[in-house]
Design a protein around this ligand. Sequence first.
Ligand code: ADP
Ligand code: MG
Length: 351
Amino acid sequence: MSVIPDASDPFARDRGGPAQPLLSVSGLTKHFPVRKAGGKKQVVRAVDGVDFDVLKGETLGIVGESGCGKSTTAKLLMGLIERDSGGLLYDGQAVGERAMPWRSYRRQVQMVFQDSYASLNPRMTVEQSIAFGPKVNGVPGREAVERARGLLARVGLEPKRFAGRYPHEISGGQRQRVNIARSLALEPRLVLLDEAVSALDKSVEAQVLNLLLDLKAEFGLTYIFISHDLNVVRFISDRVMVMYLGRVSEIGPSDTVLDAPAHPYTEALLASMPSLDPDNRTQVALLAGDPPNPIDPPTGCRFHPRCALAEDICSQTEPPLDGIQPLHRVACLARQPGSGHSAAPIPAIAA
Ligand SMILES: Nc1ncnc2c1ncn2[C@@H]1O[C@H](COP(=O)(O)OP(=O)(O)O)[C@@H](O)[C@H]1O
Ligand SMILES: [Mg+2]
């Protein structure tokens, strides 16, 4: 899988050309007000100033421990919750402004959630569920049903057998295929998959992942693929973004980030992951220390209380997300030339 989408690919409905990101996210922020015992008002910094691009035709994986802000990021990108601040540029146009109102944007960006059952109306047949979106958007009834049947076939569910069934009459894997078909019914360009295969058995998960790869190629889709499972993310992603306590700690090509991580947090995540190699199943408890708390995040680098490389400066200075290679960025003072961290690279001397 290449990072740069094939320039010869005819991107239908494309405006800015293959080099222009499909989605540019800048300064995205969402704080949830909460009331602690004693009535004191506080905020959960669920997403706290996040910048990234999603390139046309790529799969961007988002990883990080539970509670680091992955789902909140996805919901903000979908407009399911309102952002406090930050901007979204969709193919070069500001989302929510005249050229790209939320209504048009939402048709081109769809989401699949983890819980296959909760996403479907229990009183609708799977065909009705898939046809619903197109009907609401003005596609004539007959055509919407035909589209639903075509999509059912495309996701591996024979329409004759499955069209008339209700969600409780099919398996979890089949329901997730229905949800995928439904997400494609409005011909989106970007699909957000939030733990979309996480509830499935390993064998079913592999089938659905392969289906997602086929559909992506066939419909020229771009994916944001959120998962806590690094093996799955490695399999499907071109690039990977690592989040920690509402911020991006590292982003880059999958093989760089997952085989030669630059951030100590990514390293710890990888080390605490069960190995796929049965002869090497030891689990190193590198992620010790206090569990992350987004209500009162640590000063400086948010990872410093759990980090093996932490020095005084790490509790004082917030590391910027810096490029260490053109496509690889990391927020760690130990990797930033001239940061004052003892392990930092020597800054290049200007000639
Ligand atoms: N509606 C909400 N109200 C209050 N806190 C929330 C809400 N939604 C999410 N959070 C908190 O925001 C943080 C990030 O959550 P989430 O985005 O779901 O993380 P992830 O998907 O990475 O597990 C968590 O601490 C979570 O408890
Ligand atoms: Mg989540």
